[in-house]
Design a protein around this ligand. Structure first.
Ligand code: ADP
Ligand code: NI
Length: 217
């Protein structure tokens, strides 16, 4: 059942993300929302409203498209939810998801996660894997004018989130620096199961990519 709060949030997000890079646009949000509802169906004790708001608002002002400003997303979400007369508890739980969802080179895993954050983070990570994950990575690389691959540039274990986001490495490196690490960082049982399938698909894709690179297939 879609409540007025959720349908108003959907309209707000669609309008806010108009013209966004294709990997972080409304369609990414819609996919994450669907993934999140799928995972939620297998989880007890999670608050549906918070999961839906977190999924819908998690990239409302992604810091990497706003000069690294980490506060902008939570601020816009709070402003919108206040307008909607959402309860303070719901606003805080949504802000918590927006603040803590990001991978940031894998250096953000120390916090105590709420079940709602676990679900939305898994839902977002799934969209970085599989066929869609590949499309998103190359689109982002193109958006940043990055090359596909350079055999001389090895993947890097970045020291912190700043170094990770400042990197201009080839897009294939991102598979090793982030995408292939995600399956072992999933929070929920359902997320893990889905991630394993999508992970296998990445491996098949990479095998084919390197064979073609060498003119072997
Ligand atoms: P973060 O990694 O900053 O937490 P996101 O979860 O928003 O960021 O990253 C989302 C997606 O953006 C990635 O799954 C990938 O598709 C794309 N992306 C981010 N950084 C890169 C990169 N360096 N190369 C290719 N794609 C990238
Ligand atoms: Ni996202």
């Amino acid at each position: 059942m879609t409540t007025p709060l959720i349908s108003n949030t959907i309209s707000f997000v669609k309008q806010q993300l108009e013209g966004a890079e294709a990997g972080h646009d409304w369609w990414h949000i819609e996919r994450v929302h669907k993934n999140a509802l799928n995972i939620l169906g297998h989880e007890k004790n999670a608050n549906r409203t918070i999961v839906e708001l977190g999924a819908l608002l998690h990239d409302i002002a992604d810091a990497k498209f706003h000069d690294g400003d980490e506060e902008k997303g939570p601020e816009i979400a709070r402003g919108f939810l206040l307008q909607q007369k959402a309860e303070e508890e719901v606003i805080q739980a949504t802000e918590f998801i927006i603040r803590n969802i990001s991978f940031k080179g894998g250096k953000n895993d120390g916090i105590e996660k709420s079940i709602e954050l676990k679900i939305v983070q898994d839902a977002d990570r799934l969209d970085a894997l599989g066929a869609i994950g590949i499309a998103r990575a190359f689109n982002y690389g193109g958006f940043k004018n990055r090359i596909f691959y350079d055999p001389a540039i090895s993947p890097t274990d970045y020291a912190d989130a700043k170094a990770y986001h400042g990197s201009s490495a080839p897009t294939i490196n991102h598979f090793y620096e982030k995408l292939l690490l995600l399956k072992d960082r999933m929070n929920t049982k359902t997320g893990k199961r889905l991630a394993e399938d999508r992970h296998r698909f990445l491996q098949i894709y990479l095998d084919q990519f390197f064979a073609e690179w060498e003119g072997k297939k």
